[in-house]
Design a protein around this ligand. Structure first.
Ligand code: AMP
Length: 221
């Protein structure tokens, strides 16, 4: 299964990709998480990416494409993946098609998460993530068992520096400018399926399983 999750920040892609990874065994590839790891480690790539991320701007295509292309060659990822946060520009979408095409592979299906802006703002301003494993929580709707601590690992919960209101607004503008054309790119290839990002995660998951079966991406029971 090779699927792409599109949608603005806070649309619910990360939460759903995590569920798909756990239950369907596909690799969850989140470019934001990969870059945050590079920043934390202080690698040359991380140092180049940090400023763009803090401002809510996109990291230049050539840096992103190189990192993703490398990542997709890993054995665990070659068996199937859910791409979360990539592609974010048409150039990235074309590079992805080219990289997969070299191996005779292609994207099976693209999900477009439709989520109202008020839901996005509520989610992102209350979002906490585990510093260690990246698990996502919400102060009100998905609180951890112990405040400030991850339920799954010994990690501490932190708020992302780009989850400030002013940066969220910038990220939404960038999404409309650079990433909305990616939605049209996949619509033209008839791969696009719109889904309700404001649905509760479990309800959306059940819907996706039915969609995947109907589209032949997941074996029928
Ligand atoms: P995310 O966790 O997906 O919200 O990504 C956090 C930040 O990482 C974004 O605001 C960008 O600065 C950067 N980033 C992640 N994925 C990409 C991408 N595909 N292209 C450019 N920048 C990206």
């Amino acid at each position: 299964m090779r699927i792409v999750l599109l949608g603005p920040p806070g649309a619910g892609k990360g939460t759903q990709a995590e569920i798909l990874a756990t239950r369907l065994g596909v690799a969850h590839v989140a470019t934001g998480d990969l870059f945050r790891r590079e920043v934390k480690r202080g690698t040359p790539l991380g140092r180049r990416a940090a400023g763009y991320m803090r401002r809510g701007e996109l990291i230049p295509d050539e840096l992103v494409v190189r990192m993703v292309a490398q990542h997709l060659t890993r054995p665990a990822v070659r068996r199937g993946f859910a791409l979360d946060g990539f592609p974010r520009t048409v150039a990235q979408a074309e590079a992805l098609d080219a990289a997969l095409g070299l191996r005779g592979e292609s994207i099976d299906l693209v999900l477009d998460f439709r989520t109202p802006v008020r839901v996005i703002l509520r989610r992102l301003t209350g979002r906490w993530i585990c510093q260690r494993c990246g698990a996502i929580y919400h102060a009100v709707t998905m609180a951890p068992n112990v405040a400030g601590r991850c339920d799954r690992c010994p990690g501490r919960l932190i708020q992302r520096i780009d989850d400030k209101r002013s940066t969220i607004v910038r990220r939404l503008q960038v999404y409309r400018r650079d990433s909305a054309p990616v939605v049209r790119y996949y619509a033209r290839r008839q791969l696009l399926h719109s889904v309700r990002g404001d649905w509760q995660a479990e309800r959306l998951y059940r819907h996706l399983v039915r969609l995947f079966r109907a589209q032949g991406v997941l074996a029928a029971r």
